[in-house]
Design a protein around this ligand. Structure first.
Ligand SMILES: Cc1cc2nc3c(=O)[nH]c(=O)nc-3n(C[C@H](O)[C@H](O)[C@H](O)COP(=O)(O)OP(=O)(O)OC[C@H]3O[C@@H](n4cnc5c(N)ncnc54)[C@H](O)[C@@H]3O)c2cc1C
Length: 291
């Protein structure tokens, strides 16, 4: 199919783009890598009147990981971030998640911020943003505001950006040495969107024998990535023995709200979200403490 007719502009300056994006009388959308938007337009699931291309705005190319934080601008592709992470070695869980996104051809055009803004609840990057406690920067002609990842993803394909706002960058907090991690997903084929998945990080305490902090996110099992706050309480202060891991598994099964769709049933998603969450916690613990 072909898209409905639309206008197209590729401004060179961010302030120019934000002025155009502020036009409330026109259905304006930004286009980043086009890997989700173009198929949606071809299927007429989206019919913007004006497309604003980000590709000529140099300041959106920002990619910084020299300091503590990892800062990723709106033009940074998934492939470019993956290359930098592989070179750097920190945020290994983010690198592992990106390897599960589509194929190299998709990742070489698809952007990190585009995936976050698009918010498919089975996509890898929204889950990682929540698991790692990322901070989103929203820019508009009226100013700039920060949105924690936990508040950014609101429902299926929806986010907390207001009309006229651009997700200009995302910042991931520093990655501490010795942090354990695990990324788990089930997909029908390599490169497909996940049916369901889980991300865990575990930090050991000074003794090395107990959990100091744990974070668990499951995705593909609700309308947005779910951060299970109770997991930190369940695991903190001891080693995650079989009993504790089983408690995590039960908690996930009771908390998620999956739906049936053409790809998998709700029961399948619930059972596997719980199973992957338990496996993720165990693997993150094994990897923690520099193991
Ligand atoms: C065959 C195929 C397989 C794929 N497999 C996977 C997969 O396994 N996992 C996965 O996660 N994804 C997958 N994708 C999607 C891919 O990751 C996309 O790149 C991503 O979802 C969107 O990024 P984009 O830069 O292409 O955004 P675009 O398609 O350009 O935009 C997507 C939406 O986000 C908006 N948007 C984009 N950037 C911004 C911004 N900075 N601020 C505000 N709004 C913005 C656009 O207006 C649009 O509504 C796949 C895509 C294809 C075609």
């Amino acid at each position: 199919m072909k898209p409905a007719q639309f206008d197209y502009q590729a401004p060179e300056r961010l302030d120019e783009l934000l002025e155009l994006l502020a036009d409330e009388l026109t259905d304006v959308r930004v286009i980043a890598g086009g890997q989700s938007l173009v198929p949606m337009m071809n299927f007429r699931l989206a019919a913007p009147e004006l497309l604003l291309d980000l590709r000529r705005i140099d300041e959106l190319e920002r990619l910084e990981l020299g300091g503590g934080e990892l800062v990723v601008g709106a033009r940074v592709t998934q492939a470019r971030l993956l290359r930098e992470l592989e070179r750097d070695g920190r945020w290994p869980v983010l690198a592992e998640a990106i390897r599960h996104i589509g194929h190299p051809q998709i990742r070489s055009r698809g952007t990190v911020c585009g995936s976050l803004a698009h918010h498919d609840p089975t996509a890898e990057l929204p889950a990682l943003a929540v698991a790692l406690g990322a901070r989103m920067t929203a820019r508009s002609s009226a100013g700039t505001r920060q949105i924690p990842a936990e508040e950014f993803f609101t429902s299926y394909y929806e986010n907390a950006l207001a009309p006229g706002e651009l997700l200009s960058e995302v910042a991931f907090p520093a990655w501490p040495a010795g942090r354990g991690w695990s990324f788990q997903e089930i997909a029908r084929r390599r490169g497909d969107f996940a049916l369901v998945g889980a991300v865990a990080t575990v930090d050991r305490d000074g003794s090395g024998a107990a959990v100091a902090a744990a974070r668990l996110v499951v995705f593909g099992a609700a309308e947005r990535p779910l951060l299970l706050d109770e997991v930190d309480e369940l695991l903190r202060g001891a080693a995650p023995d079989a009993e504790r891991v089983e408690a995590v598994q039960r908690l996930v099964a009771e908390t998620v709200t999956p739906v049936d769709d053409a790809h998998a049933g709700a029961d399948y998603r619930r059972a596997n979200a719980a199973r992957l969450a338990a496996a993720a916690v165990e693997r993150a613990w094994e990897r923690s403490g520099g193991v």
